[in-house]
Design a protein around this ligand. Structure first.
Ligand code: PLP
Length: 385
């Protein structure tokens, strides 16, 4: 029998998740309530940080965190052009202006020196992205942030479970915003969480996530009182108890799943080590614990007769689905208005033409990783210059 194709992504649902969702349905309280509070406490505990606010997506978490900073239309937020569109989109929806700084070509995270070069009197914050689950260079970023008195809001969509010098990203940044979207290491189906050591910031996010209401529906229900005031132009971005129940259930598997991700990543790195002339591998520094949300390789097209897109086609032909994280923002139509040119971001442009995401998820078998690596070996050997 022919081998089954290897998918880029798959999801394992914990038995406990079914029970958590069933119990929540039985409780008949489906919107934000006790399960959301429980998830907030659990995520904050795991990050060893005191304050957390659950939201319906990481995108909205970033947006509300920026809104909580009280930005005006001249405000500039420095971020990376090598990310999902959500990062820059959140800045735009907050009414501010995204300013882009190039990345480091190996780690694919924002280059702190480039950030420093982009600071102006209008800069109000920095949003690094922990790409693939590898924390950005926080020590160096913090030096820049402290010098210019700027907050660091981490787009930690990929890095729940990662550590920077043994600390969660939420502990080293002013706020980390995690994604619990369906493909993420911890999922609620959809959802996100703002985690921060700053009480006032998180309180403000909580206010803004439910229309700026002084008392949300669950509080009014608990206090048997219908009264509320609206004190800020908020949004509708709260998490439902159903989604929180999914996350609480999935947490039962999380630590084991993280161990498996690390094992799979190690197997990739071991199997592909001798192909370094053709394949650039993720190589996190020793002081970082990678969350391995994605396994992104860099195909050295200079040493091959095929380009990255053809490489992905060849992989598909061998039964392996691959992805691309990310298309640089300057290649997307929306961002033409910013006059972004790839020449200004040589490292992003270089990486953007070469990155390929390989399958990585807890139900993937080590033997399947071996098959993926064999496919890569076959392709690069036959296409070597
Ligand atoms: C880097 C990055 N930031 C933000 C997001 C947005 O996350 P969400 O779908 O939870 O809004 C994503 C989603 O994949 C992402 O990859």
């Amino acid at each position: 029998m022919a081998d089954q194709p290897i998918r880029l992504y798959d999801l394992t649902i914990a038995r406990e998740t079914m029970a958590e969702v069933r119990d929540t349905l039985k409780s008949t309280w489906l919107s934000s309530g006790p399960r959301v509070k429980q998830l907030e406490q659990e995520i904050a505990r795991r990050c060893a940080v005191r304050y957390s606010a659950a939201v319906n997506s990481c995108t909205n978490g970033l947006l509300l965190t920026l809104q909580a900073l009280g930005l005006d239309s001249t405000a500039e937020i420095i971020t990376t052009p090598f990310s999902f569109v959500a990062t820059a989109e959140a800045i735009m929806h907050a009414g501010a202006n995204p300013v882009f700084a190039d990345i480091d070509p190996i780690s694919l995270t924002i280059d702190p020196e480039e950030v420093a070069r982009k600071v102006t009197p209008r800069t109000r914050g920095i949003i690094p992205v922990d790409i693939a689950g590898q924390p950005a260079e926080y020590d160096r970023l913090k030096k820049v942030a402290e010098h210019f008195t700027l907050p660091i809001i981490s787009d930690a969509a990929h890095s729940f479970g990662a550590k920077y010098r043994r600390k969660s990203v939420a502990k080293v940044a002013d706020a980390a915003v995690f994604s619990f979207h369906a493909t993420k290491n911890l999922t609620c189906g959809e959802g996100g969480m703002v985690v921060s050591p700053h009480k006032a910031l998180v309180e403000r996010v909580k206010l803004l996530r439910t229309h700026g209401l002084t008392r949300d529906a669950h509080t009014r229900h608990q206090q048997a009182s219908w009264q509320y005031d609206v004190i800020a132009p908020g949004r509708k971005a709260n998490m439902s108890d159903i989604h929180a129940a999914v996350g609480l259930g999935q947490l039962n598997l999380f630590d084991k799943q993280q161990e498996k991700r690390a094992k799979l990543a190690e197997r990739y790195r071991h199997n592909l080590a001798d192909l370094e002339e053709y394949i650039g591998l993720p190589s996190p520094p020793r002081y970082v614990s990678h969350a391995w949300h994605l396994f992104i390789i860099r195909v050295n097209t200079d040493a091959l007769t095929i380009d990255r897109d053809r490489f992905i086609e060849e992989m598909r032909g061998r039964g392996v689905e691959c992805g691309v994280h990310y298309i640089p923002l300057f290649d997307l139509s929306l961002f033409q208005q910013f006059g972004l040119q790839e020449q200004i971001f040589p490292n992003t442009a270089y990486a953007g033409r070469r990155v390929v995401t390989l399958p990585l998820y807890p139900s993937l078998k080590l033997t399947q990783v071996d098959r993926v690596c064999e496919a890569i070996r076959e392709i690069v050997i036959s296409a070597a210059r």
